[in-house]
Design a protein around this ligand. Structure first.
Ligand code: NAD
Length: 252
């Protein structure tokens, strides 16, 4: 039997990279997937391809920083499928600014997109999960949450802070909603070859050879999607507040 049969999953940032890989995998495993993103055209194209393959996926515009758009997206999900069982808070941005070069505006934009989004998503979805008798939330953090990324280079000040907050939000919600049978876990990816890296994708293996022991010295979206699939499925029914590091054994 497919691992997510009869489950309804909202996945943010689903037009690209890890979100897209997760949307495809979840749909192949039987989930009704609600794929949300701000890249509307790309999202529509990707969702159309999935539906052509026989999967059941709908595309909804959602800027994860918008309270109103979260409410609308959750309502549309319930209208379409009657419930929400799984939320993957994946949408995110990366700006490699050093502390002394980070404007307040950049700082706020990063925290809104990477952290406030996770708070809003959980706040809007958890009441629906309670009605459904439980659920699974997967927050995509980053190795940067654990290492304070770029400690040597000084890059990524706001990024690592934004992901560190996702880590503590995850543990907080895991404790608070365990009694409602709602599990909340986080994944901490190491370097994953996706568009978030821009031109740095081309040199990802060379750049990471010294810090990622496992060839090819970087991961792909599907490597994170498989972790998310485990946490979304009933196979992890006794797992909450967990921190799943998927990083090729990184020694950062
Ligand atoms: N690629 C890596 O090496 C890596 C490592 C650690 C953590 N992560 C995290 O994984 C997540 C996914 O990143 P990715 O690597 O797939 O990058 P990506 O750029 O391919 O995908 C991110 C998606 O998020 C969407 N997005 C951005 N802002 C949004 C907003 N306000 N509302 C809705 N959608 C928005 C983008 O449109 C894009 O489709 C991010 O949270 C990122 O921080 C990535």
């Amino acid at each position: 039997m497919p691992r997510l049969q009869n489950k309804v999953a909202i996945i943010t940032g689903a037009a690209s990279g890890i979100g897209l890989g997760s949307a495809k995998l979840f749909a192949e495993e039987g989930a009704n997937v609600v794929a949300v993103d701000v890249q509307d055209e790309l999202l529509r194209e990707e969702v159309a391809k999935m539906n052509e393959n026989g999967d059941d996926v709908i595309a909804i515009h959602l800027d994860v920083t918008s309270e109103e758009e979260w409410k609308t997206a959750v309502q549309k999900t319930v209208d379409a499928y009657g419930r929400v069982d799984i939320l993957v808070n994946n949408a995110g941005i990366h700006v490699p600014n050093k502390l002394l070069e980070t404007s307040l505006e950049d700082w706020r934009h990063m925290l809104d997109t990477n952290t406030t989004s996770v708070f809003l998503g959980m706040r809007e979805v958890i009441p629906e999960m309670k009605k459904a008798g439980g659920g699974s939330i997967i927050n995509i953090a980053s190795l940067a949450a654990l290492t304070g990324s770029g400690a040597a280079s000084g890059n990524g000040t706001a990024y690592s802070a934004s992901k560190g907050a996702v880590r503590s939000l995850t543990n907080h919600a895991a404790n608070h909603f365990a009694g409602d049978n709602i599990r909340v876990n986080a994944i901490f990816p190491g370097p994953i070859k996706t568009p978030i890296m821009g031109e740095r994708q081309a040199t990802i293996a060379e750049r990471n050879k010294d810090v990622v022991p496992l060839p090819p010295y970087y991961g792909e979206a599907i490597d994170i999607a498989y972790g998310a699939l485990y946490l979304a499925s009933e196979e992890s029914r006794f797992v909450t507040g967990e921190e799943l590091i998927i990083d090729g054994g990184s020694v950062l």
